[in-house]
Design a protein around this ligand. Structure first.
Ligand code: HEC
Ligand code: HEC
Ligand code: HEC
Ligand code: HEC
Length: 441
């Protein structure tokens, strides 16, 4: 599937973007979402959210949890009784730009293939542009919810969806309204309570109603107090990895699945009430689903085919801040060079080649020298001396120093330099003293 800017332009020209709300029936077709009928009174609600472009673990450290291929295996393992309803609470991506579009398209295919009943749209997703989201929703055939983001007097996306007798309503927190408006001037963001009050008469006639709220518990609590008939609220933007226990407000359970898709949250929804079950952690015990592997390979092939690495924004370098490459340091720092050559840093790009991510801007930045500078890494063949984590990844650009060391000294390297790359996600065990001991020179 692809939604090109051209598609969006065509839809706009045809008057489809900005026209009436897309209608949708309770999701039919294949997948877990359709496993029930409106008569079911016992369902398993599965929730994810805040993927934020993390389609699978990067592999920088072992073990890592999460990833769409494992999630697909878990979802496929579910029994049909009780039927499951799968939802996502938004923030598919966290940057604007082409790579995020490719990720969103991959995710949309994933949601459809896995039988998601609805995706609540997060403020980050609005960076992709509302017209793009409309086109993406149309191709994905999964309702994108957001009842309080309005285009004129109409909802910009869908307000509600239903599956297996459960009604889903999506809202975004007021505190995120300014972001959405900044990226989409034509949209207005209504207060969530206003939207819920408007929908209340219809929702109260429905079966259990689950609110997908794209916002934190502080902003969700007043909604639970005013609308205590809600069966449950899924929240977003919580600092923790995920929250294992629900918070109760006015008897309404509020749950959260954390960031980056490491876990799948579970709620048992019965007429007697809602019971929160422990989230399922997506560790290596869940095998990769081949169909989702294929989706990911296709995504990566598009990243390569569109040469996104060649398009990363680069800062101009001052004349005395040009990169020379590690080989240029060798003649005067022979022993240091040899120490480095035998370190893991000198093979860092190779690790990406093996992983198939050597042209992925998401990865290359920490595995080479100066990706974001004009004179930095371009490609393996174009700038062979700037591949891998080289001397200048830590010491800074050194062409002037290499030409006349006396006139240009190199700055000292601090621990903070290491921590630009050795961040918690990629290097959770980083500790300066033992790490430096391994590469000391
Ligand atoms: C923020 C910087 C950063 C980003 C972004 C990053 N890496 Fe890494 N990567 C590291 C660091 C640091 C290590 C070493 C971690 C350690 O041993 O503590 C590493 C290690 C690795 C290793 C292990 C190498 C080996 O020989 O064992 C692989 C494989 C890898 N990264 C792949 C990737 C891929 C694929 C991506 C993109 C999806 C990526 N990296 C993105 C910083 C990064
Ligand atoms: C430009 C990004 C970057 C910077 C800056 C950086 N590293 Fe690394 N480091 C990496 C990557 C990527 C790897 C993984 C290389 C591989 O195994 O392929 C790595 C691996 C290592 C390893 C090997 C880990 C192991 O388990 O063997 C050590 C040790 C290390 N770094 C120490 C440091 C120290 C100390 C600093 C600061 C003085 C530092 N690094 C700065 C990116 C960086
Ligand atoms: C033409 C020889 C030459 C080349 C090439 C060279 N250096 Fe140096 N470097 C020196 C000399 C001489 C010193 C000063 C040594 C001293 O005072 O003990 C030095 C010192 C340093 C220092 C210590 C800080 C300082 O400025 O005193 C660092 C770090 C350094 N060089 C890194 C590099 C890096 C990185 C490269 C490659 C980009 C490089 N050097 C290329 C000759 C060279
Ligand atoms: C992973 C980061 C890292 C890499 C890669 C790296 N260095 Fe260093 N280097 C350091 C740190 C940290 C120090 C010690 C602190 C300091 O002196 O700035 C250091 C010290 C030095 C010194 C001694 C400075 C002094 O005053 O004694 C020289 C010379 C030097 N490095 C050159 C190089 C050269 C040449 C390369 C590549 C072949 C290289 N380094 C690769 C982090 C790095």
């Amino acid at each position: 599937m692809s939604v090109s800017p051209a598609t969006v332009a065509c839809l706009a020209a045809a008057g489809l973007i900005g026209a009436a709300t897309l209608g949708f029936a309770p999701s039919g077709g294949s997948g877990a979402a359709s496993r029930g009928s409106a008569e079911h009174h016992h369902i398993l609600l599965l929730y994810t959210g805040e993927q934020r472009g993390h389609l699978e673990p990067c592999g920088c450290t072992q073990p890592q949890i999460g990833g769409l291929p494992r999630r697909a295996s878990f979802l496929a393992s579910l029994s049909h009784d009780p039927p499951s309803v799968i939802v996502d609470d938004g923030d598919m991506v966290e940057d604007p730009g082409r790579q995020s579009q490719l990720k969103a398209e991959m995710l949309a295919s994933f949601y459809r293939g896995s039988g998601y009943a609805a995706v609540n749209v997060g403020e980050q997703d609005f960076q992709l542009g509302f017209g793009y989201l409309r086109a993406l929703q149309a191709e994905a055939k999964v309702p994108f919810l957001c009842a309080n983001v309005r285009l004129g007097d109409r909802p910009a996306l869908a307000e509600t969806a239903s599956a297996a007798g459960v009604t889903l309503v999506g809202l975004v927190a007021s505190s995120l309204a300014s972001d959405i408006r900044r990226w989409n001037r034509m949209l207005a963001v209504e207060a969530p309570e206003t939207s819920l009050a408007r929908l209340e008469p219809v929702l109260r006639r429905a079966g259990p109603v689950v609110l997908l709220f794209h916002g934190g518990p502080a902003e969700a609590r007043p909604l639970a107090r005013r609308f205590p008939w809600l069966a449950a609220i899924v929240t977003a933007h919580e600092a923790d990895d995920y929250r294992p226990e629900p918070i109760f407000e006015a008897g309404v359970p509020m749950v959260n699945a954390g960031r980056w898709g490491k876990v799948v949250g579970r709620l048992d929804v019965e007429p007697a009430g809602v019971r929160s079950m422990s989230p399922v952690t997506l560790g290596p015990e869940w095998p990769d689903a081949p169909s989702v592997r294929t989706l990911l390979s296709r995504y990566l092939a598009r990243v390569n085919a569109e040469a996104l690495l060649d398009q990363v924004p680069r800062l101009p370098d001052a004349d005395d801040q040009l990169f020379a490459g590690s080989a240029a340091c060798r003649s005067c720092h022979e022993t240091t060079f040899e120490t480095w050559q035998h370190s893991a840093h000198a093979h860092a790009y190779h690790a990406l080649v093996t992983a198939g991510h050597d042209r992925d801007p998401d990865c290359v930045t920490c595995h080479v020298v100066g990706l974001c500078s004009q004179s930095g890494f371009r490609s393996l063949s174009g700038t062979p001396n700037l591949t891998d984590v080289g001397c200048e990844s830590c010491h800074g650009a050194g062409a002037s120093h290499a030409r006349s060391p006396a006139a240009h000294s190199m700055p000292h390297v601090e621990e903070s330099t290491c921590r630009r790359c050795h961040v918690a996600e990629q290097s959770p065990h980083f500790d300066f003293a033992p790490y430096w001991a391994k590469i000391r020179h």
